[in-house]
Design a protein around this ligand. Structure first.
Ligand SMILES: Cc1cc2nc3c(=O)[nH]c(=O)nc-3n(C[C@H](O)[C@H](O)[C@H](O)COP(=O)(O)OP(=O)(O)OC[C@H]3O[C@@H](n4cnc5c(N)ncnc54)[C@H](O)[C@@H]3O)c2cc1C
Length: 477
């Protein structure tokens, strides 16, 4: 059997690692990227572009939480986040872990090769035919889509405008031409925006930096991870609920869980709601830094639940509750689920304190060519401002179809696959098999964010590793 893997990021590495020896004689991995195995996030870049997650939950091998920690060994010591007490390495270093894991995994197969081209076509006959962008056809017996989430969206139609950076990574290249005294607007206020601001500061930027977004809210700050045993927010307790699974019934479990830990859910929920409304972005950040070591575990429980339980119960929620989360609370929940690392929070606080950094909320319009040096004019809730440069940090929503995979997805739809109403392709969650004509197709699997039907939080490494494990088990069957 020959397996064709489309995309060579973390999902592909997790899959190769999880495939039991003897499952396939040959694998062919397709990706146009110059450096395979790193995907979009883990390419070599500035040291200030760090992983956003602690080592204990960054293993690409499902069921072996120590796999990355062992690889990291002493390498982590020089990248210690002192506030968090954990090593947080540059993402390029994590890319080295993925690369080493992939190389070791490839030795399991009789033949393994990487084709440096995007897959743009698909057809199914006795075997599967994958067509690459150069027009070549490759026959395989199984195909696994590991195409990731793609590049930022250009909401303001600025691509091609001088001074607009449509995709910030690698920051080593995109920030190289930014004048140190330039007036920079960073579009977005999520983790990518944080990467950009921290990296500008690390390069000695002296000009004004504006974080420009609709909400003005930054992600929360990581707290020192603690051992927390969940007794109420478990899948078993959700299944045992009498009546439908709704946001209200889940809030009941949350209330009980927090009460067991001596905390009050209603108090925490009210504080989170106030944080989402306030214009005092720096104040919320300061409190986050102050609370890194606080004994309260409510936010940690929310983070753990967002990545562990939420993807499992997402499909059980009524459509109205899912819409409410996606449309009204997306920013808040992603900020809780994927907090920023304290070392970055401290750097941002310094910039806020000196007045160099501002958070601008309620962005309405961006027009090119209107500033004193060309530049841009930005209309926002409280007025207008100008900027010399605009750097895009608006990542696509979870389950978006990456531009590089659009022709392939079109071909899959023509072959009987279907789009999930909330994004991505419809798959069988138990096996990762693509639904073709409404039935799981054992020949085509999806690993990563293109698998539709999951929650609206972008999959981090642990979720990708779990999906890869399921797909590998399905392929081995
Ligand atoms: C900037 C950023 C930082 C992140 N940091 C973290 C973190 O620190 N910790 C964490 O747990 N998660 C992090 N994440 C979440 C991240 O999505 C996952 O960790 C992981 O990278 C997902 O892996 P993937 O293989 O699904 O996608 P990707 O890593 O995006 O890889 C997909 C690959 O598919 C290729 N591809 C796309 N279309 C085609 C095609 N048609 N043919 C062939 N190849 C194709 C692309 O070139 C790419 O190399 C981050 C995400 C982003 C965007």
């Amino acid at each position: 059997m020959e397996i064709g893997i489309i995309g060579a990021g973390a999902a592909a590495v997790g899959l190769l690692d999880a495939l039991p020896p003897g499952t396939a004689e040959a694998v062919t991995v397709f990706d146009p990227a110059p450096l395979p195995w790193r995907g979009r996030p883990y390419q070599p870049d500035l040291d200030s572009v760090r992983v956003n997650v602690t080592p204990e939950i960054s293993s690409i091998r499902f069921g072996d939480g120590g796999h990355y920690v062992r690889w990291l060994g002493e390498r982590g010591a020089v990248h210690m986040d002192r506030l968090l007490g954990r090593p947080l390495v540059p993402r390029g270093v994590f890319g080295g872990y993925l690369e080493d894991t992939a190389r070791a995994a490839l030795t399991k197969f009789g033949r393994a090769r990487v084709v440096r081209a995007a897959v743009t076509g698909f057809s199914a006959g006795e075997r599967l035919t994958l067509t690459t962008a150069d027009g070549r056809r490759h026959e395989v017996d199984r195909a696994v889509l590991c195409v990731g989430g793609g590049t930022p969206h250009d909401h303001y139609g600025l691509t091609g405008t001088p001074g607009f950076v449509p995709d910030p990574y690698p920051l080593e290249r995109t920030l190289a031409d930014v004048p140190a005294d330039g007036d920079v607007a960073v579009l977005g206020s999520g983790l990518t925006a944080v990467d950009i601001v921290v990296s500008l500061a690390a390069r000695g930027h002296t000009g004004r930096i504006s974080l420009v977004s609709r909400s003005g809210a930054l992600p929360y700050v990581w707290q020192r991870p603690r051992e927390i045993e969940l007794r109420h927010l478990t899948f078993e307790r959700v299944r045992a609920l009498t009546g439908p699974v709704t946001l209200d019934s889940l809030a009941g479990l949350m209330r009980a869980e927090l009460a067991d830990h001596g905390e009050d859910w209603d108090e925490l929920a009210a504080r989170i709601a106030a944080d989402a409304r306030t214009a005092d972005t720096a104040g919320v950040l300061r409190r986050g830094v102050d609370e890194v070591d606080a004994p309260a575990v409510g936010r940690q429980i929310l983070r753990i639940t967002a990545h562990g339980l939420a993807p499992r119960v997402w499909r059980m929620l009524p459509g109205a509750d899912r819409r409410l989360l996606r449309e009204r609370h997306f920013r808040t929940v992603t900020g809780l689920a994927s907090p920023m690392v304290p070392v970055n929070a401290a750097a941002l606080l310094d910039l806020f304190a000196s007045g160099q950094l501002e958070a601008v909320r309620g962005i309405r319009k961006i027009e090119p060519g209107c500033g004193p040096r060309g530049g841009f004019r930005l209309a926002h809730a409280a007025g207008e401002r100008t900027a010399d440069l605009v750097i895009n940090a608006v990542n696509p929503p979870p389950h978006a179809i990456p531009r590089a995979a659009e022709p392939l997805v079109t071909a899959l739809l023509a072959a009987g696959a279907a789009l999930d109403p909330s994004g991505g392709l419809r798959t069988d969650p138990a096996s990762g098999r693509l639904l073709v004509g409404g039935r799981p197709d054992p020949r085509v699997h999806v690993v990563g964010d293109l698998a539709g039907g999951g929650s609206f939080v972008t999959s981090g490494i642990p979720v990708v590793a779990a999906q890869a494990h399921l797909a590998a088990a399905s392929l081995a069957r």
